[in-house]
Design a protein around this ligand. Structure first.
Ligand code: ADP
Ligand code: MG
Length: 606
């Protein structure tokens, strides 16, 4: 038998390696920015076109490369950053694997210009899919410019797999933010399709955070400072009242490298203890310095995970440092052990005056008229009862019963009609009603999610949303990547009833909101919505609308634990069974169960 094993040609090996290093344009951005930092640049410019799909260029004023180095930098395992195995345990640079440029060059068109300070001329290299097209002398500024064009041009499957421009841009912005946050001593600028996204001067850490996340961030920051033998912790945590609905602005940097670490994240969160309402997450920007020998950066190819020698000690130090700082800044509320926990309002609402929600009510509104927009009023629990009654004007109790019966009988799941329309609420959680075949138990929260979901979908697709004008436009601040996203879904938001006055750099001015929302809920709802869209990473505009409808439904549905009066219960039952798919919540959970009378009978047959 002949031998069959061959060494793969370099360009094939590089392409395979590229699969691991380069998942998307943002990975290229990360590698190029890190190379610029490793080259001691003090000024870095990032230029992208079409979310990096057409062009990603990083220009630095670092130490540059010689002709030979420039050529060699595209070889696999070619690096200036480590020389021997021991160096792996003492890494002070971002890169060390020597595979980024080789990988990127295997799957894109590269144009590199580089010049060292003492040289008159620089070098210019063009590479396409690992093939050197030319190398020539060029007159250029000291430093390096790497332009990566047509990423994945030779791997159509990968290119087609890329997400929409807005999603890829967001990934790039995230990478950019992480790098910029870890180096406030470097000035950065960032352009997308020739528009300036960031232009950040050098400064201290606080100034850097503020220039990335907006000026309102300044008042939120509590400084952290602790030096021990094993670790040095600096940075900021946000005051608890600014906690986010979802984990967003949470940054750990270990020796200036952005990392993710669930264990240390837990240490931070637990330092807040009772200061956070459940389901909210603190923002933090924490910089840990540990001896390079005590960490292993090597365990993950994209290097956001690292291993610490002694995680437990770090946990304890981190937790107590943050606790102490939060206490020092007098952000801990006075603990009152007598107080029943049920009186606890979410922390962020503590200092707000309680207001009755302002609602514009359409006096002619009739939820059962099909040509009218179905907008549920269930979220207005604090409204005067007359408004509830107005929903039912002209409808005697019997009419409602008839209404329910006809709707249930239209529904295949409910071929039997309801035997009487009386409903009961138990445990502030379930609505129970008798039906001919037995009993139906409805989960109020899940049922209302379904109702709102279908209503939002309808108003999104039909494009007639009920909006209430705000007396005073609201100014809400967001970070840049969220603003980008808001811009992109602006039309969808308008189709459910949001009205925007302006969308600025880090603020949006809202002048109208859907009638189903109260003013105090807006920030939480929008934050939740952005987070849901980010996490879902939808591809098509349809599913983006779907995510939005789901998110709004989830945020606005009456909660478990809410007491409902009879009319509200009936409204839920009515509306649930007029839904297209009443049996499941938008997230696929069962909204109601039925128990057959035979089953109940059996229990008594002993
Ligand atoms: P690594 O960063 O892991 O060493 P790369 O493939 O990213 O591997 O880069 C290979 C080498 O090219 C680096 O070690 C460095 O010597 C050189 N290099 C890359 N980018 C730059 C740059 N912007 N300025 C100067 N040298 C660079
Ligand atoms: Mg590198």
């Amino acid at each position: 038998m002949p031998d069959i094993i061959q060494l793969l040609p370099d360009h094939v090996a590089n392409q395979i390696a590229a699969g691991e290093v380069v998942q998307r344009p943002a990975s290229v951005v990360k590698e190029l920015l890190e190379n610029a930092i490793d080259a001691d640049a003090t000024n870095i410019t990032l230029i992208i076109k079409d979310a990096g799909k057409t062009l990603i260029q990083v220009i630095d004023n670092g130490k540059g490369m010689s002709q030979t180095d420039a050529r060699l930098s595209f070889e696999r395992h070619a690096t200036s950053k480590i020389k021997k195995a021991e160096d792996l345990f003492n890494i002070h640079t971002k890169g060390f694997r020597g595979e980024a440029l080789a990988s990127i060059a295997a799957i894109a068109h590269i144009d590199l210009k580089s010049k060292q300070e003492n040289n008159e001329l620089g070098t210019h290299i063009k590479i396409e899919g690992s093939d050197l097209i030319f190398q020539e002398n060029i007159s250029t500024a000291t430093g390096t410019s790497v332009a990566v064009k047509n990423l994945f041009y030779n791997i159509p499957a990968r290119r087609n797999f890329l997400k929409s421009n807005s999603i890829e841009t967001r990934h790039i912005i995230n990478e950019f933010q992480r790098v910029a946050l870890s180096h406030p001593e470097i000035s950065f600028s960032f352009y997308h399709n020739e528009n300036e996204v960031y232009n950040i001067d050098t400064g201290n850490l606080r100034q850097r955070i503020v220039s990335i996340f907006g000026k309102k961030t300044n008042e939120k920051l509590v400084p952290i400072n602790e030096v021990t033998d094993v670790i040095e912790i600096t940075g900021f945590v946000a005051k608890p009242e600014f906690a986010k609905k979802k984990r967003g602005e949470q940054f750990f940097f270990v020796n200036d490298r952005f990392i993710k670490n669930a264990y240390l994240n837990h240490a931070v969160t637990s330092a807040y203890e009772s200061l956070l309402s459940s389901g909210s997450f603190p923002s933090y920007f924490l910089y840990l310095k540990v001896p390079t020998k005590s960490i292993d950066i090597n365990i993950h190819p994209t290097k956001t995970e690292i291993k610490f020698d002694d995680e437990r000690t770090l946990y304890a130090i981190l937790r107590s440092t943050i606790k102490h700082s939060l206490g020092q800044y007098n952000v801990a509320p006075v603990l009152d052990f007598e107080r029943s926990s049920s009186f606890d309002t979410p922390y962020s609402f503590k200092d707000k005056k309680f207001e009755t929600p302002k609602v514009t009510v359409n006096p002619d509104f009739n939820p059962f008229k099909s040509e009218q927009q179905n907008v549920t009023h269930l979220s207005y629990k604090h409204e005067k009862p007359q408004q509830w009654e107005s929903l039912y004007t002209g409808l005697e109790a019997n009419n409602i019963e008839v209404e329910i019966e006809s709707k249930l009988s239209n529904n295949t799941l409910f071929s039997d009609s309801i035997s009487n329309s009386k409903t009961y609420q138990v445990h502030n959680k379930y609505i129970i009603s008798g039906i001919k075949s037995g009993i139906v138990y409805i989960n109020q929260h899940l049922a209302h999610q379904r109702i709102l979901y279908e209503e939002f979908l309808e108003s999104i697709t039909v494009k007639v949303a009920m909006s209430q004008q705000l007396l005073f436009p609201l100014e809400l601040s967001f970070n840049k990547s969220d603003i980008e996203l808001i811009k992109e879904i602006k039309e969808d938001l308008e189709s459910v009833g949001f009205l925007f006055d302006k969308i600025l750099d880090d603020t949006i001015i809202v002048k109208g909101i859907p009638v189903t929302i109260t003013e105090s809920q807006i920030t939480i709802i929008i934050e939740q919505l952005l987070e849901d869209i980010k996490n879902d990473i939808p591809d098509t505009s349809f599913s983006q609308l779907d995510v939005m409808a789901k998110s709004l439904a989830k945020s606005l549905a009456i909660k478990t634990g809410t007491n409902l009066d009879l009319k509200e219960q009936e409204e839920i039952v009515n509306k649930l069974f007029s839904c297209k798919q009443p049996d499941l919540s938008p997230f696929g959970k069962t909204t109601f169960v039925t128990i057959n009378i035979d089953e109940i009978d059996k229990k008594f047959n002993n």
